[in-house]
Design a protein around this ligand. Structure first.
Ligand code: NIG
Ligand code: FE
Length: 415
């Protein structure tokens, strides 16, 4: 048996004896913390924890590895429930175009944006995509990500969407962290269907989905519900078809306008609706009494200069809120979850505790992993972030330019 003991933990954060579905409303303001703690791990699974003061010592030291946290904090590793980590090339040219005054939508209308990435991805081989994705995955793991969702959506034809899904399957097999795959064929209408969106939707539903289901390549189905992309009705139709093929709905919702994306998500029982820059009373009312997780992507809002989503209104309405990176070459070339949580505090006026709940338990829910990831709970996967010594929890988000991560543990092993 592999045994690991972490001792002298300055603060053990998000330690909960039992699993929670999610943390909502006022509850988000609190994160359970045990000061001066120890944590025991067996075969990559969290076994037990307590305070150093009450520690009775160890009866059997055989094969035991000990890590001294030296008063650093220990967090559950972050869960990143929304990324586009598989892509062919970066798009800093568009970044410069935006600095010079073009908007994200204007760049897309000229054939840039998602269609630019699609052109490049179609030319890349599966091996090339896999190699570059491995590097990005290793980088975000070193930044503390312990579970990740990855979308397609740069293929936009049968062959290239399947190529992306096979890359994601190889990443799942490679590990070491849990990965969920999302089919985002409805990310944009490809050039060859420019004047025939209906025809493209038929291709998605009648040909791509059955092929994906036959190989069980996707856990989720996502749609970019937005003006000039897919309407609320089209989104519902695509997501319902995905459900018939065993894919749970997710939505890119209300990023650039009041698109009906939140409503489409709630109506189809989506596990999450993501972005939410343009939401008001109607969307908040729709989310209440639903099982759909409102997920904020502050990196994309920051990078594109979009209005901040009304995070406070969502929380004050009693809703849960999750955070993810949206890592992609266009709207957020960062997969750094600490940076995302720091943005939540500075720009969305969420407290550090709310940000931690958003990036751990709630983002685990948004990718169906709340029974195994996102908190320090006996029986959960031992994916952890050990920090350098810090004066407080808030310091992690306050010191936004410092890398405070000392080490990352995945499945009970240092990576
Ligand atoms: O989540 N908005 C749609 N999709 C991505 C961006 C994709 C891209 O620009 O490549 C997003 O922001
Ligand atoms: Fe996205």
């Amino acid at each position: 048996m592999q045994k690991l003991l972490i001792k002298n933990i300055g603060a053990l954060v998000q330690a909960r004896p039992k699993s929670s579905k999610w943390i909502a409303g006022k509850e988000m303001a609190t994160v359970p913390i045990i000061q001066d703690a120890w944590l025991a791990i067996e075969n990559g699974i969290i076994a037990d924890y307590g305070t150093m003061e009450e520690w009775t010592g160890i009866s059997d030291w055989t094969g035991l590895e000990v890590i001294d946290a030296n008063e650093g904090f220990v967090f559950p590793a972050w869960c990143d429930s929304h990324t586009h980590l598989v892509y062919a090339t970066s798009r800093e040219g568009e970044f410069v175009d935006r600095i010079k005054g073009l908007s994200y939508e204007e760049i897309a209308a000229r054939g840039g944006g998602i269609l630019n990435s699609s052109q490049k991805l179609r030319l890349a081989t599966e091996d090339e995509l896999y190699e570059s994705a491995c590097k990005r995955l290793d980088e975000v793991i070193s930044l503390g990500t312990g579970a990740i969702e990855i979308k397609t959506g740069y293929g936009l034809d049968m062959e290239s969407e399947l190529k992306m899904l096979r890359v994601i399957r190889r990443l799942k097999e490679r590990g070491p962290i849990r990965i969920k795959a999302t089919f985002l064929g409805a990310h944009a209408v490809p050039v060859e269907f420019k004047n025939d969106k209906e025809g493209y939707i038929r291709l998605l539903i009648e040909e791509m989905m059955p092929a994906i289901a036959a190989e069980k390549l996707a856990d989720y189905c996502d749609v970019f519900c937005e003006r000039n992309y897919f309407t609320e009705e089209e989104s519902i139709c695509i997501l319902e078809a995905g459900k018939k093929h065993g894919m749970i709905p997710k939505v890119h919702a209300n990023q650039l306008s009041c698109s009906g994306g939140v409503q489409a998500g709630v109506k189809t029982g989506a596990i999450s609706v993501d972005h939410l820059e343009y939401v008001g009373e109607a969307e908040i009312a729709a989310l209440k009494n639903s099982d759909t997780m409102p997920t904020l992507l502050p990196g994309a809002a920051y990078f594109l200069g979009l209005p901040w989503p009304p995070a406070r209104q969502l929380i004050d309405a009693g809703l849960p809120v999750a955070v993810a990176s949206d890592m992609n070459p266009g709207s957020c070339p960062s997969g750094n979850m600490v940076q995302m949580m720091s943005l939540l505090c500075v720009t969305h006026k969420m407290t550090p505790e709310e940000a931690i709940n958003a990036g751990t338990i709630n983002s685990a829910y948004a990718m169906g992993l709340q029974e195994t990831h996102g908190s320090i709970t006996p029986g959960y996967v031992a994916n952890l972030v050990i920090t350098k010594p810090m004066p407080s929890l808030a310091y992690l988000m306050y010191a936004f330019g410092s890398n405070l991560i000392e080490s990352v543990i995945v499945n009970g092993k240092k990576v």
